[in-house]
Design a protein around this ligand. Sequence first.
Ligand code: HEM
Length: 176
Amino acid sequence: MSTTTAPSPIRLRLRPGVRKLVLLLHIMSAGAWLGLDVAMAVAIFTGLNTDDPQLAAALFQALETITVLPLLTTGIVCLITGLFLGWGSKYGVVRYWWVLIKLILNLILTALVLVALRSGVQAVGAFGAVLAQDPTATADLQGIIYPPIVSPTALTIAMILAVFKPWSRIRKPRPH
Ligand code: HEM
């Protein structure tokens, strides 16, 4: 009994050099994304824990600049290059669990930048401006600790999935 590969809805023919270039961009964007998450975590946790109000004010005011647009850019580049890699290889986009889960994580994380992170860092930035004028000002900023925990955790899961490529296909190949 032989088996055949289920036909993919979209299949791109990428020349090996082009595929390597797209893979390079994909890995670079994923790495830059994680790096930005680390910078966000350093800025947020240092700002929350430092005894120096001027340092906290500066970090809080810089937060929007170092997060929203850079994170959106890396997330979208990672998504687009990932889609090309999937469509241009045997892996497909919805053929293997490890690719599909990465797609879902990528979409959720990128959407969260717009629907949750942006308003959060804007509020923290506004407090930073107040703190720069009044070093005794206080605010409840606990909500801002979640993005630098959730995003690197999800990205680490995506990296592990990318490297180990665990589990089987979503649907078994049809017997012929
Ligand atoms: C969530 C963010 C993502 C991260 C952190 C990530 C990370 C990576 C990394 C590090 C590799 C290189 C693995 C290796 O060469 O052994 C890789 C490969 C790959 N990624 Fe992603 N990825 C992400 C999103 C996506 C998305 C959304 C897709 C497709 C919809 C995708 C599809 C692929 C495919 C097909 C490969 C294998 C390329 C090949 O070797 O031919 N990735 N990914």
